[in-house]
Design a protein around this ligand. Sequence first.
Ligand SMILES: *Cc1c(COP(=O)(O)O)cnc(C)c1O
Length: 381
Amino acid sequence: MTTKGAKASGRGGLEKTIRNAVKKYGSPLMLINREALRQQYERFTRYLPDVTPYYAIKANPHPEIIKTFVKLGAGFDVASAVEMNQVLSLGASPDKVIFANTIKSNRDIAEAYKKKVRFMTFDNEPELYKIAKYCPGAGVLVRIKVSNIGSTVELSLKFGADPDQSVFLLRKAKSLGLKPAGVSFHVGSQCTNVENYLQALEVSAAIFNEAERYGLKLDTLDIGGGFPIRHFDSDNHITFKDMAKHLRKKLRRLFAKDTNFIAEPGRFFAGLAGTLITQVVGRTFRNNKNYYYLNDGVYADFSGIVFDHCRYEFKTLRRGQKFLSTLAGPTCDSFDTISISEDLPELEVGNIVYVKNIGAYSCASAVPGFNGFPPAKIIMV
Ligand SMILES: *Cc1c(COP(=O)(O)O)cnc(C)c1O
């Protein structure tokens, strides 16, 4: 009873916040909740106390989000000089930044050197020559190809050295005057299959051992991102808490106590903090269902439907009988269809449709202004 009551008041509270925000700012709106950012950081560091998180800012590079994580003491995962300079200008310390794109331009590598960012990943030999030339002495992690089974977003198709080649590559790094520091991997984004992590840890440990036989003492393990969040209230995949329990056990069993463990959470840090609020700008009835046209779509804050392979839970402030509905974005393009089968109550022009847990891979990958439609205004709450 109590839980139910609390939940109901929680929803009522959110609905009130949404109504007030739309009154004040109009829509589309992306509310970013600072407290949710802090909670996710706390959750991460509570359940994986030996792992230092480096927030992968590609999930959402909003300056207030970066500043929040700077204050909390997180490190940062950046993929370009632009991202690197962004976190540095917002107060991140260069020694808490990892340049975690295995393919970097010479110019970006040189910029890292200039800004004293000396920690990067690679997965191929030509990259090592570039790093040795433009960022001499850098610490490098070999990114290995690992299983991405069951993750929503596959990353192993584009990145990762064959584990069999890893020690060769790390020795090559050493011969070029670089510091071979260890291993990194990414199990795929929104990974609900803990086996991906556990297998990757086994493979990484084997590389640590093989390297040691060649006289290379590796000291850093980067377990990447991929940590899942609940996009739907009904999602019942493994919780982070349970996932972390498996990881802690494995890390303790396979690696030396003084290993420097790091991770690169993106979605897990930013996803739950974002609530997107849109309004119906037009409606019709066709193909035997309701069509609602929203003022935000696939080109802007719902870009995750395309790039993140993500599905969202659409909510309204209306109650009553639900009907099969299509949701579409505002642009003159059929591709800008958000969903063709949602059960929604009857909506009028002006009614609100909102989505929770959409803080990651949404506004970050939007094409702002396509066809003259602005993306959601971002408001910190
Ligand atoms: C995208 C990315 C991340 C973040 O992944 P999430 O699944 O959002 O946690 C971390 N590291 C690298 C190298 C990435 O490309």
